[in-house]
Design a protein. Structure first.
Length: 410
């Protein structure tokens, strides 16, 4: 009963609104009102706008809701805050791991530099000053050996003569042997300085460089892993602050402070307040009066004393009802309807989504006359085209006959 009353009231409002347009009777078709018998096609529609539903990317407890339904917001305004204490702790852990891995990488790089220096030394040999020092040490111990040898020979001769004791002879011999050992060591050091390190020393130095490289690569991997973890957590922290993606009006606010929300849960709906349009449904029997670019007259129940101009910008290719079926009562078929989008040519009034609008597509008889006139022009063009073809064919036939006569005379 309530729905019937609403339909009657709507019909009365529309009839009153369009009294100046010659509208007298309206019939209900689905959710829209269309004129059934009068001269003008008038269809009821509503104001539409783009809506953006904002979901949460992270779960957590709502700690702040900064907007209410009806609030106007700008792009970037903070709408909701979600608790992020756990995420902040995870970020601190990731940053600490990144710092530790960076320290390990620097230590590995220092070890590599030292190994490379050692390897370079093994490959290239000692420097000139090192060789000079080794040569000087070798010369010194050679002189000491000569002196120790002379001393031993003198003491030994005295020992054989019975002048020196056996102990003195043995001490001189021992001293000579010690100096001889030092000569051998100095000679080896000098030879190594001249000839460079042994092959096994060179291989060992290269192995140290390779090991240091491996340590650096491992440390770099740990650094990158820790940095990626920190970046990921930073993204979650940023997502815990919900901001407006566009200008508009808040039309829905779902959560409350303290409520636990899960990932993907819709939180807020924002409706744009600019570029609003009309959406109406026109029955297929009246589609001849609808074409993209056509200007139409629009009345809004909110501003019933004013008229506005609109332009058809789209006619949906798909119908609103997908089936046709015969009725048992009269054998007729259900009529399909097609969505038509209309934009205002100029609008200086404040509009809200869902406002009722009445669109006048013009006089039906005028539209039929215009269609008939177009059809007559098309038929005339076709007739003219056929006449030109016939005339051209006639001329070609006469010309061919003349040529045949000439050939026969010859």
């Amino acid at each position: 009963m309530k729905s019937v009353n609403k339909a009657i009231i709507s019909a009365m409002i529309i009839s009153t609104t369009f009294t100046g347009c010659g509208v007298s009777s309206l019939s209900v078709t689905g959710d829209n009102l269309i004129q059934s018998k009068d001269q003008n096609l008038v269809v009821q529609g509503q104001v539409e706008t783009d809506e953006t539903t904002i979901n949460t990317k992270v779960p957590g407890n709502i700690i702040e809701v900064k907007v209410s339904e009806g609030d106007k917001v700008k792009k970037g305004d903070v709408l909701i805050r979600i608790a992020n204490d756990a995420m902040l702790a995870k970020k601190a852990q990731a940053d600490a791991a990144a710092a530790a891995a960076t320290g390990q990488m620097k230590a590995a790089e220092a070890a590599k530099n030292a190994a490379m220096a050692q390897s370079e030394k093994a490959e290239n040999g000692a420097k000139a000053e090192v060789i000079a020092k080794a040569k000087a040490a070798y010369d010194f111990v050679q002189e000491a050996h000569k002196f120790a040898k002379d001393s031993y020979e003198r003491v030994h001769a005295l020992y054989e003569q019975g002048i020196a004791t056996q102990q003195q002879d043995e001490e001189a011999s021992t001293k000579l042997k010690e100096v001889a050992m030092k000569v051998e060591i100095a000679k080896q050091t000098y030879d190594e300085a001249l000839n460079g390190a042994r092959e096994e020393d060179k291989l060992a130095a290269k192995a140290l460089v390779s090991k240091a490289d491996s340590m650096i690569q491992a440390a770099k991997g740990q650094v990158l892993q820790a940095q990626a973890a920190s970046k990921e957590v930073s993204t979650y922290i940023a997502d815990s602050v919900i901001t407006a993606p566009t200008d508009g009006v808040v039309t829905t606010v779902n959560p409350k402070v303290g409520e636990l929300v899960s990932t993907g849960m819709p939180l807020i709906t924002i409706s744009k307040t600019s570029n609003l349009w009309l959406e109406v449904k026109v029955p297929e029997t009246e589609l001849s009066m609808v074409s993209v670019g056509k200007k139409v007259n629009v009345k809004l129940l909110a501003y019933k004393d004013e008229s506005f101009e609109g332009e058809i910008v789209r006619v949906n290719k798909k119908p609103d009802f997908a089936t046709k079926r015969a009725t048992n009562d009269n054998g007729q078929y259900d009529i399909l309807s097609y969505g038509v989008k209309i934009k205002f040519s100029k609008m200086d009034k404040e509009l809200y989504p869902g406002m009722t609008a009445l669109v006048d597509f013009g006089n039906k008889e005028d539209a039929k006359k215009e269609d008939s006139k177009k059809e007559e022009i098309n038929q005339e063009n076709k007739s003219d085209a056929k006449g030109e073809v016939k005339e051209d064919t006639k001329q070609k036939t006469e010309e061919q006959t003349k040529q045949d006569v000439k050939k026969a005379g010859k």
